[in-house]
Design a protein around this ligand. Sequence first.
Ligand code: PRX
Length: 647
Amino acid sequence: MSQSIYPVSAEWRDRAYVNAAQYADMYARSISDPDSFWRDQAQRIDWMTPFTAVKQTSFDAGDFGIKWFADGGLNIAANCLDRHLAERGDVPAILWAGDDPSESRTITYRELYEEVCRFANLLKGQGVRKGDRVTIYMPMIPEAAMAMLACARIGAIHSVVFGGFSPDSLAGRITDCDSTIVITADEGLRGGKKIPLKANVDEALQQCTCVGRVIVVKRTGGAVDMTQGRDHWYHELRDAASADCPAEAVGAEDPLFILYTSGSTGKPKGVLHTTGGYLVWAAMTHHYVFDYRPGDIYWCAADIGWVTGHSYIVYGPLANGATTVMFEGVPNYPDFSRFWQVVDQFKVSTFYAAPTALRALMREGDAWVEKTSRASLRILGSVGEPINPEAWEWYHRVVGDGRCPIMDTWWQTETGGHMITPLPGAIDQKPGSATKPFFGVLPQIVDADGKVLEGACEGNLVIADSWPGQMRTVWGDHERFFQTYFTTYPGKYFTGDGCRRDEDGYYWITGRVDDVINVSGHRMGTAEIESALVAHAKVAEAAVVGMPHDIKGQGIYAYVTLNANEEGDEALRKELVQWVRHEIGPIATPDVIQFAPALPKTRSGKIMRRILRKIAEDAVDQLGDTSTLADPSVVDNLVANRQKVVA
Ligand code: PRX
């Protein structure tokens, strides 16, 4: 663990919205008097109906409930678009960089406003009403953001599904929230490769009865099947739609979106975010963490299929009137300079990406970075997984030329926005630490029994009180929401992450402590991959664990027991890898498949994952006590046949 400290520079201390003393004051007030603190902060957005109540929350079983600004009314699209028109109508809202470097688009606030109004009218014309669920399965093109904002404009609930998910995964997410309509594109384009989005939707819809309409945006012009009566071309409907669509006033606690994410058990959960608190949180964190100023060019290189894209490509930046960059491509296409070329092309001042991409680029050498200018960069950000100090130092020294503070932001789909993060003018950075809590966030570290630990310590990370951006429920299963997050440590929100706090009060996230793994910044439940594997006719049983991986952070290590008389050879290994890709999507591709005659189980039949993790880590001298296993000799076979991967 690195001990180096990168202090806030004098320049940043003087120019930022918040310096160290202000951070201390504001933080203290946010905790001691949340009602007055949040009443003030909520003024950063426009309310159609002013709220009177601020914080009405309890994490306790008896009166469990989470409401913020509950009697207020607003519209998010109006906050992201309409209110900027007078001053910023001709300023770019979206700068889009295509997969092919010769393609780009500039969309001003006025243009975006008009397109969103048309899109909203188009949806209304297809029967979409307030509260209906709309699934968005799109590539990274401006129409994806337009679709989200169009839903928000009419009070429909969007559910964006990452374009890399398989037809099966898509079908599960459509059915769970009972979407009536899917918005997609003919094909996506990433790294020069086409992704058959419409064909995937067609396959998914064979399993879904709830969808009556599909809207298809033309991206590549590739051939697609259009089902008469069900499928419509976006451009045809759009041309016929009016550009006048009043924004619907919705309640602060009305749902804005559902986003599916993996947990340790069962199928992915539909994380539900509501309107008022979420927007205050997204806008405020974007403003302070990136010290956003009018004129900045801000680029979050995530995909809108993840929460990072929701909060920090679309809602946070647009609520603040920022110019947000949308990137269709990948970091290594056409070559390893692509990120930095886009930075130069648009004069990007703030760049926010996942460590996995940085590690992959770091490995290719500094020359790819150094041949670009990057003089416009002012702040760098990191999100999605722990950033190892080596990658942090490289990001700082090579990408930022030693000039740009790095905001290592810890948060989750569930939290809506940043929770533990530096602020550029206030908090000295330590490479590898997400540093200190944002305003209103009360982190605690607890031991296995729930005892709150003080001072320097290590344990599990909980959040002791509510914040406005918090998820409100699991779609269709409020009990699961309560059970998953508030019963492990009663009265507190359990994050699922392990964490260390050092003597300076800095937080160091150590990774998930549950059966969730983080592969290239993508969150996955090991149970999902296991159930995909056992769905294969030749597989009897499977256990999946994470293993350390130089580029991806964690890789996927699968132990597979075959049915009797099946042989685990190279061909079957390849077949199973393809199988999982097809069942879930390429992000779930196993790095290792080890055929195992049996899995280590306790006498009551529970798989001892601790042992499987150690073998996957190649830490076979740390297996610990194996005497409680039903058959300890199973372990010898696993150890002897363990697989090693080279990243
Ligand atoms: O383990 C933490 C890790 O990612 C998890 C949340 O994943 P997801 O809901 O997909 O959201 C990703 C985008 C916010 C967390 O439980 N994580 C996220 N950011 C960091 C991180 N771990 C360490 N440092 C971070 N900055």
